[in-house]
Structure formats: structure tokens, C-alpha cells
Design a protein. Structure first.
Length: 66
């Protein structure tokens, strides 16, 4: 599945990003970053973590890695 990141101007100032899948559905959204450079750096970190990160389930009935 392919997707893309979208950088948006935040209403209160600064920038946010969202991760959108190939059908246009938002799959993740960020908090606010003060500059475009900061939001670009955050996207780079998310791209790195998403490819290698473990899933930790902290829901009510399960605690730990899945």
C-alpha cells in the first residue's frame, strides 16, 4: 500500500502533517511544529520508526508487544 505525507498550516500557527493512504484516508496526524524545517524533521523520524518500530499494545486487555 502506498501513501504520502501532507504538510498543512495549523490554524493557531505553525505546521502539522498527516499520513494519508492510497485511498485518501488519513491514517495518522501530528501535533503542531513551529517551522516547516521542524515538521520535515518530524516526518523523517516517523518514516524511520514506521519501517522498524515494534507494536506495543497498551489497551485495557493487553499490555506489551504484539
Amino acid at each position: 500500500m502506498s501513501g504520502h505525507f501532507e504538510v498543512l498550516s495549523a490554524p493557531e500557527g505553525g505546521y502539522t502533517f498527516r499520513l494519508v493512504d492510497s485511498s485518501g484516508k488519513t491514517r495518522a496526524a501530528s501535533g503542531t511544529y513551529p517551522t516547516k524545517q521542524a515538521v520535515a524533521a518530524a516526518i523523517a523520524v516517523v518514516r524511520e520508526i514506521a519501517g522498524t518500530g515494534l507494536v506495543r499494545d497498551w489497551s485495557k486487555n493487553h499490555h506489551g508487544e504484539t
